[in-house]
Design a protein around this ligand. Structure first.
Ligand code: NAD
Length: 492
């Protein structure tokens, strides 16, 4: 295992993300030996902390992590704190001096990772100063890591992109979409491109429809302030669901590398045409959860939520891809809070046999083959096929092949952020999103958002917590003579 060399500069080093995710992820790499002697971290934030205090914070963030107290102390000693006002140019000069000193001290080969672990409104200022105060290293790599949300519509996303592009090229920008780091999302490519059995059937000729569900059973929790400005469409559909659609429907990339995969994703996303207002009304549904005696508060009763809020906590819709492979195959998507169960899954529903000669129970039509990928909380897949009913009957009867990912292996797999950090150090952009992908998805989302913002409460469907969302989401499929495969039963 080769040791990586890099300096990490974390903007927002005292924040929640840094403490809960980034420090444990870096420690995980250290514990594995991927980071050893040749790395250093500069944490910057407003508070006037000393390095010693910062080391204590780092060690606190590692409670429960494997390894000895001695190892954790040694790890923490690679961390340096700078009290930093992001708008003050002088602070970037100090930061540059410290970066150069640490580069020599730890022999970091000029490799720098800039991590934006703070609110996006600061990114422009940071990027501007990183450039003007020459924080980019002349040798080695410079990589910028950006979290979600990436804009709140196309215009703000483009502005954000233009801002960070002042200092960093597209190749140097790593935009995180943590769904791309999930095992089963990463399994889509091998399933499609290493199994001719599935690969040949992966088109409108064999697939009837695709269903993507990202269901949460919790409500808005402590994210109320942010959620009120976002809603489910921005929070889940624009990023995670669009990335899943792209992985499922892109053409086979020329090679297994980030640039080829990105080109394939970009091509398929650009074949999704933004909807007209009439199409938005026909093809998309939005809802908001209601509470009750045993089911908690309604969305509008939650802390920091307006009592007349029209923000959607649920979205369902039909997406169509206008290309030869997929024309006419609906991709039904849905996501929501306070639903019956927590599960993220993909159901690929194949066309049923069109010329059945076999007997069936009560002469029912032969069921469709369904390939289901369970992304979380369990991780695995089911394939529903048709066989013969056991015994003297000749009737066709569905059965399911189940594959659960090995729990022991999964437990040994690194946490999502640790894997992302390693990818960043390796320069592997497979699990990150490119600007053109985001631009395409924002165009589609904006068309829906504009209609909903104009409609305000009109058309907002309320649903009881603990259900699978509003009736209108079922009607959406019923109009196409289809239904949701998953009804909230976590054993299926
Ligand atoms: P946070 O509020 O906990 O931390 C913000 C950090 O920014 C703090 O270190 C604070 O000191 C620093 N800061 C704020 N204003 C500053 C200023 N003027 N000058 C210098 N430093 C300043 O936020 P967070 O939850 O860590 O989130 C950071 C970013 O990551 C956000 O963009 C958020 O959307 C994103 N994100 C967070 C999580 C998470 O789990 N927390 C998950 C996904 C994405």
């Amino acid at each position: 295992m080769t040791e990586k060399r890099a300096l990490f500069i974390i903007f927002g080093g005292s924040g929640d993300l840094a403490q809960r995710k980034l420090y444990p992820a870096l420690y995980g790499l250290y514990y594995q030996g991927r980071l050893a002697k040749h790395f250093a971290v500069i944490g910057t934030a407003r508070r006037p902390w000393t390095d010693d205090h910062y080391h204590d914070i780092i060690k606190q963030s590692l409670v429960g992590a494997p390894g000895s107290a001695h190892q954790k102390t040694e790890f923490a000693e690679h961390f340096y704190y700078q009290s930093h006002d992001v708008t003050d140019a002088a602070h970037y000069v100090t930061l540059r001096d410290l970066a150069e000193k640490l580069d020599k001290q730890y022999a970091l080969d000029g490799n720098r990772v800039f991590y934006m672990a703070m609110a996006p409104r600061f990114f422009a200022t940071i990027a501007e100063h990183v450039k003007s105060e020459q924080l980019l290293s002349a040798k080695g790599f410079n990589r910028l890591i950006v979290e979600k949300p990436f804009g709140r519509d196309f215009a703000t996303a483009k502005q954000l992109n233009d801002d960070i592009s002042q200092a960093f090229s597209e190749e140097q920008i790593y935009r995180i979409d943590h769904y791309l780091g999930k095992e089963m999302v990463q399994d889509i490519m091998p399933l499609r491109f290493a199994n001719p059995l599935l690969g040949h059937a992966w088109s409108k000729d064999f697939i009837d429809n695709i269903q993507i569900t990202l269901a949460e059973d919790i409500g808005v929790e402590e994210r109320a302030g942010y959620y009120e400005t976002a809603g489910a469409l921005r929070d889940m559909v624009q990023n995670h669901i669009f990335q899943i659609i792209a992985m499922l429907t892109m053409e086979k990339p020329a090679r297994y590398d980030a640039a080829s995969i990105h080109a394939a994703k970009r091509a398929v996303l650009s074949a999704i045409k933004p909807y007209t207002p009439t199409q938005v009304h026909d093809k998309f549904v939005r809802g908001q959860y209601l509470g009750g005696d045993d089911i908690g508060l309604s969305y509008r009763e939650e802390d920091n939520i307006a009592s007349d809020s029209t923000v959607e906590t649920y979205v369902a819709g039909r997406v169509d891809i206008d290309n030869d492979r997929w024309r006419g195959v609906p991709i039904y998507i849905r996501t929501g809070k306070r639903l019956k169960a927590k599960q993220s899954r993909i159901d690929i529903v194949f066309k049923p046999t069109s010329d059945n000669i076999l007997p069936t129970i009560n002469d029912a039509p032969v069921g469709a083959n369904v390939l289901t990928l369970i992304i979380e909380p369990e991780t695995g897949m089911h394939l529903t096929l048709n066989g013969k009913e056991i015994g003297t009957s000749d009737a066709v009867n569905p059965f399911t092949l189940d594959h659960a990912l090995d729990q022991d292996e999964l437990a040994k797999a690194p946490e999502a952020y640790q894997r992302l950090m390693l990818n960043i150090l390796d320069g592997n952009k497979l699990t990150f999103t490119y600007w053109a992908e985001l631009a395409a998805s924002w165009h589609f989302i904006d068309a829906i958002r504009t209609v909903w913002d104009n409609d305000k409460a009109d058309g907002l469907a309320f649903y009881n917590s603990g259900t699978m969302g509003p009736q209108q989401a079922d009607d959406l499929l019923a109009r196409d003579h289809r239904q949701w495969i998953w009804q909230g039963d976590t054993t299926k």
